[in-house]
Structure formats: structure tokens, C-alpha cells
Design a protein around this ligand. Structure first.
Ligand code: 4AD
Ligand code: MG
Length: 477
């Protein structure tokens, strides 16, 4: 295609020489000014056309959405808004775009509309910024762990186990659903299935990460996870990406330190490397906020919110302390919570988490030592026998962004907990083996990647920070 210069690079180049650029037309004004975007950065390149030198039939094909190859001379710009522009010498139409049917017009479209045309929304400023930041975060996660000597483990996507014991799994099978092989008692005979047993998509890579951590000491996974929970919210996806570090010889305090260091590192990374996109999204959020009634508006801009998280230590307190705060809180007393907090043992809903973070402490919070009844079987039992060494990291506007724990490393206690919670121990001898052969204290957590992207970009719906969201009733694209 002959040498292409990226617009990102061209905008930082001194004028004087000739270049070839390729990209998509955002607008074409006055038969003269083409705003071209190639996704390398938010900014468009202005290409100036002397229309007398070009065939009118070619100029007609320069429409919003069309793909062009332009060769020209980089010159200082006369106009406002850019320091250089490209004086077009040759224009080639790579792909036409019929504006009569092209759904993206150079105007503001609603996020709901853009979600329906997710195959085209990459071409908007908002979504290109979101996905460049998503990439930067993904890279920064690997960098963070690599710099600290962690080993990246690829945990399986098809498994036979339910890591969370919550039963929210998508089954994987090649059996004929209309005529599955049966056992004598009428149940389905999974021995005849592809893997010779019932399998599902993984809900978490944690259990496999634990196996690796008990040899490599410091590991992490970063992969897709699947939950068949019927949650139609702005914070849940059926397919989402999770980062799960697991560290041998770490206790709950070490685990909290790692989580806080990691989150701060990732936020700082985006502030340092994604200035243009972040500024654009900050502006977008500010405009969205203006639509809200005064009392619901955020007091802080996006960048202020991010900086605020870096400046303050996260508040750490136990579930029991949190319940006391919530029980005595104004919204609880005034009946404003949809789920009133009546007694110790209640599961915390997003409204409670957000009250603690946004109203009470006004900063990120780490809650620990939850009742064992509302947490997974693998969490280490506290000495009182009623709580476990769990930790949830709660973020403003998001609620739970991380869930983790110190793990139960004592064979007998773990086996007892599995029985109590009806986890099929006989199918998980491989997990229990680690507690028989050189067991050690260890801890880890899971960071929901899309919830992090949501927080950093200031977007409000999790369906807008993953390219093609999967949620109940939707698996388009
Ligand atoms: O709290 P969860 O369920 O914890 C685990 O899966 C553990 N095995 C993690 C570990 O200790 N290794 O999920 C962890 C995080 C949540 O805090 C949340 O950020 C995110 O994953 N998450 C979801 N994100 C989007 N959509 C969903 N349906 C999610 N469910 C959990
Ligand atoms: Mg959780």
C-alpha cells in the first residue's frame, strides 16, 4: 500500500516534507477540508483540498465514513485547532461510504444507539478513546506483574469445576440436545460427552492459579470468565475479563497491600500515558453530568477522581464495623435502602457499598472478615469460627471492583468447609492435594477488568467498555 504515516506521528512532525496517510473521513467541509482519523489518536488530521485540482466526481465520493489514501505535503496550518495540516496532492478512495445509509453521522449519538451498532462504534471519539485506554490498562497490568516477578498462568477456559461454588455456569457440551444419551435412571450420561464428563466455561481461574502459586510463589491469570447470572445491571456482564494474582506466603494484609498498590499503579499509568483520551472522556462526562439534577452531580471531574484515589490510603475496616456504620446510617434509619440493614450477617448490596465509599468515607474502602455464610468455601476461617479472611475493594461509582481472600490452607478445615457448603470434594482431590503436600498460607484476589475500565474512563455502563458485550438476551456480533 506504499508507506503510511500514522496521524499520531504526523501531528508531532515538523512541516516541510511529503507523507501518505490512510484513514476514515469524519467530515468534509466546504469541498475543501477533510478531517481524517486513523484511530492512532483521538485527533483528526486536517487535509486541505484545492478542489480545482481534483475531479468533481472524486470529490463527491469523499463522504463521512469513506476510507481514503491521501498523499501530500505537511504544512503549517492557517486555521485554529491544529499546528500542521496536509496539503493534498493525490487522493485515492479506498472504500466508499454511502451517507444515505451510513448510521454514523457527524453529530452526537446516544450510547444506547451506538450499542446497537457496536460493529461501527469504534469509529466514534468516545469508543476509540475507551478502547485505547482499555488496551493501555491491559498492557499496564502485565507490566505491573512482570516488573514484580510474577508468572502469567493461562488457566483453562473449559473446566469441570465451579470455582466459586455458586452454580452460575454455562455448560459446554457436544451432546445432541434433542436426543442426549441417558443413564438407566433417566439422567443424562455425560460419560458420552466430548470430555467424558460434564463441563462448563470457567467462572474464575483462581483454583488453577492456586496450584501454580504453590510452586512458582507469585502468579497471575488474565483471561475471560463467564457467569450465567441473570443480572441486568450496568455493572454485570455474562462474559468479562478477570485478573487473578495468587501469592504463596501472603496473608490478608499482604493481599490488601498488593491490591491497593496495583490499582494505584494502573490509575497512574493511564494518567501518565493517555492524557488526550482522558481529557476527552473527562469533557464527555462533564457534559453528561450537566443533564443530571444538581444534587446528583459528581463534585469531582474525572481526573480529579482518579488523582483522589492515588492520594489517599484506602480505608480498611471489617465487615462487622461496616454493618455498625450502615445500621446507624441516615438512609437506613429513614428507610431509604431498598434492602434495609437489620442485623449482622446481611449480604451487602451495591447501595450499601456505595454509601460507605461515596457518602461515609468518601474514598476507596477495603472491607474484610465477612461472615463465612456469604463467602466462598476456599476462604480462610478466622479463629472465631464465624468469619473468613475475605476482602472486597469498593470503589466510588462502581461498588465492588475486587474480591479476594487469604485461602484456607489447612486440609481438615478446608475439607470441613467443602462438606458444609456441599462442594463435591471427591471431584476436587487435585485442589485438596496442595493442602496435603507442602501446604503454605497464601492469598489472592480477582480484579474485574471491565469495572476498572469503567472507573478509569468515567463511562457509566459496563456494556460500553467491552467491544461486544454479552448479557442476558444478547450475544450479538
Ligand atoms: O468476587 P468474585 O466473584 O471473585 C472471584 O471470582 C474470585 N475467584 C477471585 C479471586 O479471589 N481470585 O469476582 C471478582 C471480581 C469482582 O470483584 C468484580 O469486579 C468482577 O470480578 N465481577 C464481574 N464483573 C463483571 N460482570 C460480572 N458478572 C462480574 N462478576 C464479578
Ligand atoms: Mg465478589
Amino acid at each position: 500500500m506504499s508507506k503510511r504515516t500514522k496521524i499520531l506521528d504526523l501531528l508531532q512532525t515538523a512541516p516541510g516534507s511529503d507523507y501518505t496517510v490512510m484513514g476514515w473521513v469524519r467530515t468534509f467541509r466546504n469541498n475543501q477540508f477533510i478531517a481524517l482519523n486513523d484511530g492512532s489518536c483521538l485527533a483528526n488530521l486536517q487535509a486541505v483540498v484545492d478542489f480545482e485540482n481534483f475531479d468533481p466526481s472524486l470529490l463527491k465520493r469523499i463522504t463521512t465514513g469513506a476510507a481514503l489514501k491521501i498523499t501530500g505535503t505537511l504544512i503549517p496550518s492557517q486555521g485554529k485547532g491544529q499546528s500542521v495540516e496536509l496539503k493534498a496532492n493525490a487522493i485515492e478512495i479506498l472504500g466508499d461510504c454511502d451517507v444515505e445509509v451510513y448510521p454514523l453521522q457527524p453529530k452526537r449519538h446516544s450510547l444506547e444507539f451506538l450499542r446497537e451498532i457496536a460493529h461501527l462504534r469504534f469509529r466514534t471519539n468516545t469508543f476509540s478513546a475507551v478502547f485505547r485506554i482499555r488496551h493501555a490498562l491491559s498492557y499496564a497490568i502485565h507490566k505491573f506483574f512482570n516488573d514484580r516477578g510474577f508468572v502469567n498462568i493461562h488457566s483453562p477456559i473449559v473446566t469441570g469445576s465451579d470455582a466459586e461454588g455458586a452454580g452460575e455456569m454455562f455448560q459446554v457440551t457436544t451432546l445432541d440436545l434433542n436426543n442426549p444419551p441417558k443413564n438407566e435412571d433417566g439422567s443424562i450420561n455425560f460419560k458420552k460427552d466430548f470430555f467424558g464428563k460434564a463441563t462448563n466455561l470457567t467462572v474464575s481461574g483462581q483454583l488453577e492459579a492456586e496450584l501454580a502459586a504453590l510452586a512458582l510463589s507469585e502468579v497471575y491469570t488474565f483471561g475471560p470468565t463467564f457467569r450465567a447470572e441473570n443480572s441486568n445491571t450496568t455493572r454485570h456482564l455474562a462474559e468479562f475479563w478477570m485478573i487473578e494474582p495468587e501469592v504463596a506466603f501472603n496473608d490478608l494484609d499482604d493481599n490488601m497491600d498488593l491490591a491497593e498498590d496495583m490499582l494505584k499503579y494502573l490509575i497512574q499509568y493511564v494518567m501518565d500515558h493517555c492524557e488526550e483520551d482522558l481529557s476527552f472522556l473527562e469533557q464527555r462526562l462533564a457534559e453528561e453530568e450537566k443533564q443530571k439534577p444538581q444534587q446528583e452531580r459528581s463534585e469531582m471531574s474525572l481526573k480529579e477522581k482518579l488523582a483522589f484515589c492515588l492520594e489517599h490510603p484506602f480505608e480498611r475496616l471489617t465487615y462487622t464495623e461496616a454493618i455498625d456504620i450502615l445500621k446507624n446510617s441516615t438512609p437506613n434509619k429513614k428507610g431509604k435502602f431498598q434492602y434495609p440493614i437489620e442485623k449482622w450477617g446481611a449480604d451487602l448490596q451495591s447501595e450499601h457499598e456505595r454509601y460507605l465509599v461515596e457518602k461515609h468515607f468518601k474514598k476507596p474502602v477495603i472491607l474484610t472478615n465477612y461472615p463465612k455464610e456469604i463467602k466462598a468455601f476456599y476462604m480462610r476461617l478466622d479463629d472465631d469460627g464465624t468469619t473468613v479472611r475475605a476482602m472486597d475493594v469498593l470503589f466510588p461509582g462502581i461498588g465492588e471492583i475486587i474480591g479476594g481472600s487469604q485461602r484456607e490452607e489447612r486440609y481438615d478445615v478446608l475439607l470441613g468447609r467443602m462438606k458444609e457448603m456441599h462442594i463435591p470434594a471427591e471431584e476436587m482431590s487435585w485442589f485438596l492435594d496442595t493442602r496435603k503436600f507442602g501446604t503454605v498460607p497464601h492469598a489472592g484476589f480477582g480484579l474485574g477488568f471491565e469495572r476498572l475500565v469503567l472507573f478509569v474512563t468515567g463511562m457509566t455502563n459496563i456494556r460500553d467498555v467491552i467491544p461486544f458485550p454479552r448479557f442476558p438476551g444478547n450475544a450479538e456480533f
